[in-house]
Design a protein around this ligand. Structure first.
Ligand code: PHE
Length: 351
């Protein structure tokens, strides 16, 4: 092997050892650069005779071309490798399962509340919303619950340190019944002139679903739970209407006529007479078991007075039902706490 062949050999080895384009350019400089080995050979021609120059010059030129060809080849190989690496990095495995967005869904109790709103809406009931931090007056006093009533015991509910604008106490509302008063007072104010002129007031027909709070915690009670208040006041609204509204409501809610409703005499300070409402299915896993789902009654005259109305003229009924219980019954859930644990394995079953 002559010196020129060995130069080509070492250029090939150097180019092959270059792993990046930058390394390859450095290797190129060592052979073809200003003081590279090929360039040095060309410089050496000056010392030769004209004949020798011709023969040697041709050989060196050939060598130079071989080195250049090797360089081009290596450049292309590196570019190709680079491209392959890039393609590999960006490769899409179309057989992988897609990444899905969690779709989410309504909480089962929210679903029930939406159903309740839709059903009562179809019977002409408005839907109202009110504060969860409630004033003593609305939660108790206006509802004919005097200051010494046991429901006010510190043990019975969550009192808060803040005061209402009028200086009275505040608490987390223990039921949605304060919404009866808030809504009725507003309604009566809006129709005051007509009422005073002896004209008919449009009936009050409202439901008010929302969160309520009590010191209570077991499989069927939670310190935070939901209620849905209902109020229907007019000149001629009676217990009979309450019965028919409830029958229609429960049959629609549970999508069955296989259902019995029972009114059990009870006591609430703000209704007289009062009744607990129980339902029983005549088939299915809960067949024949009476389940309490609401409290109800004819609104007490003192409460009607607090609405700003004359109880001799205006009368009606109120109820407070438990959407959590209704949801348990509708879906066959046996522990109320499941609703409030936030466990997606449970909740996603309702999506
Ligand atoms: N507020 C009562 C309760 O929480 C339920 C109720 C509402 C009873 C309206 C009668 C009328 O138990």
């Amino acid at each position: 092997m002559n010196d020129l062949d060995s130069l080509v050999g070492s250029a090939q080895a150097d180019f092959a050892a270059a792993a990046t384009p930058a390394e390859l350019e450095n290797a190129k400089a060592r052979f073809l650069g200003k003081s590279g080995r090929v360039t040095d050979l060309l410089k050496g021609l000056a010392a030769l005779s004209p004949e020798e120059k011709k023969a040697r010059g041709a050989e060196i030129n050939q060598t130079k071309q071989r080195v250049e060809a090797l360089l081009t080849e290596r450049r292309q190989a590196l570019a190709e490798a680079d491209l392959q690496a890039q393609l590999k990095a960006e490769a899409l495995d179309v057989t992988l399962p897609g990444r899905q967005k969690g779709t989410g869904g309504l909480h089962p109790v929210s679903r029930s509340i939406e159903r309740i709103e839709a059903i009562f809406g179809s019977m002409g009931f408005d839907v109202a919303d009110g504060p969860e931090i409630e004033e003593d007056w609305f939660n108790f006093t206006a509802l004919n619950t005097p200051a010494d009533h046991p429901a006010r015991s510190m043990h019975d509910t969550f009192y808060v340190d803040t005061k209402a604008p009028d200086g009275s106490g505040q608490l987390l509302r223990t039921h949605t019944s304060p919404m009866q008063v808030r809504y009725a007072v507003k309604h009566v104010k809006a129709h005051r002139a007509a009422i005073d002129a002896g004209q008919a007031m449009p009936e009050i027909r409202v439901i008010a679903p929302g969160r309520t709070y009590r010191v209570d915690s077991d499989a069927t009670h939670s310190p935070m739970f939901h209620q849905c208040e209902g109020l229907w006041i007019g000149e001629n609204v009676s217990f009979k209407d309450l019965k028919s509204v409830f029958s229609d409501f429960f049959r629609t809610f549970f999508e069955t006529d296989d259902l019995a409703i029972r009114f059990r005499p009870s006591f609430f300070p703000f209704t007289e007479p009062s009744a607990e409402v129980d339902i029983a299915f005549s088939s299915g896993p809960l067949k024949g078991r009476w389940l309490e789902v609401a409290g109800s009654g004819q609104v007490h005259p003192n409460v009607v007075r607090n609405f700003g109305l004359d109880p001799e003229r205006y009368i009606g009924f109120a109820f407070g039902m438990g959407p959590d219980r209704l949801t348990m019954l509708r879906y066959g859930v046996n522990d109320l706490r499941l609703f409030f644990d936030g466990d997606l394995r449970f909740l996603s079953q309702f999506h």
